[in-house]
Design a protein around this ligand. Sequence first.
Ligand SMILES: NC(=O)c1ccc[n+]([C@@H]2O[C@H](COP(=O)([O-])OP(=O)(O)OC[C@H]3O[C@@H](n4cnc5c(N)ncnc54)[C@H](O)[C@@H]3O)[C@@H](O)[C@H]2O)c1
Length: 276
Amino acid sequence: MIAEDSWLDLKGKVAVVTGAVGGMGQKITEELAKQGVNVALVDIQMDRTESYAKEISEKYPVETIAVSCDTANEDNVKSAVQTVVDKFDRVDILINTAAILRSSLFEDLSLADWKKTLDINLTGYFLMSQHFGRVMIKQGKGTLIHISTMLSKFPETYSGAYSVSKAGVNMLSKQMAAEWGQYGIRSNCILPSLVQTPLSKDFYADPEVLKERERVTASKRIGTLDDIANAVLYLASDRSEYTNGGELTVEGGLGIMMGDQIAKPGGRREYALKHK
Ligand SMILES: NC(=O)c1ccc[n+]([C@@H]2O[C@H](COP(=O)([O-])OP(=O)(O)OC[C@H]3O[C@@H](n4cnc5c(N)ncnc54)[C@H](O)[C@@H]3O)[C@@H](O)[C@H]2O)c1
């Protein structure tokens, strides 16, 4: 089924999704296909990418292509551009999701892990954006969407170079927005925080972890893949035409909860009720 007369009006567009068979990549790919968007699925896991591309084109009346590409390798990225342009003739939307997280105490973080994280999470986003962005510059239109994280604003302890790499992504996005707005290109980041994905579902199987994670968000729930995909669809569409260089938080208000972390005798709520 495809969404007819959708408010988003994305039917017939061409999108490239990196990390296309990851938790978020799969959901984003499917939601784009539901809107009638043709999708180039980019990932290093080729078998899974090919079978998922086939699954999507059988389920929805859209064309898909599986592209084997290490986004941190410039030759791979150049040939991905060629493959996509040969197939679809144009690229309207790029969604960067391919990233890794290598946990480590900072004093133990190896140079190899530091470099690998920056290579994939930052240089990979740069290479994909620059090379697909050149196609968009020629077209005079395009939108770049980068999946960043709230942890680009706040260092997550023991996550190695992850927060540093994502802080770089936020500025990379703004740099392109500032230089390429004149060519009809928009570049925006999405900042998720706690999202249930196939990989994180073990965390949420522990009721104590779930309760604590819900407690620290204003909305008192964990994010879903739908929450993220909805933000992607909005930024992909012309409905967000005047949003450029932005950071869209999709995190249930986790980032505004600093005041709530400050302990009061007996509990914050109880204290307020007692002292009103
Ligand atoms: N899952 C969360 O809770 C969460 C929260 C905030 C932000 N994010 C961000 O969302 C994005 C997606 O996260 P996810 O949970 O779907 O991750 P995931 O690990 O499920 O998927 C990542 C995908 O990227 C691919 N990939 C890795 N290195 C690659 C490379 N060099 N070239 C091409 N493909 C490569 C992997 O094969 C995998 O399919 C990431 O950028 C992550 O930082 C995730």
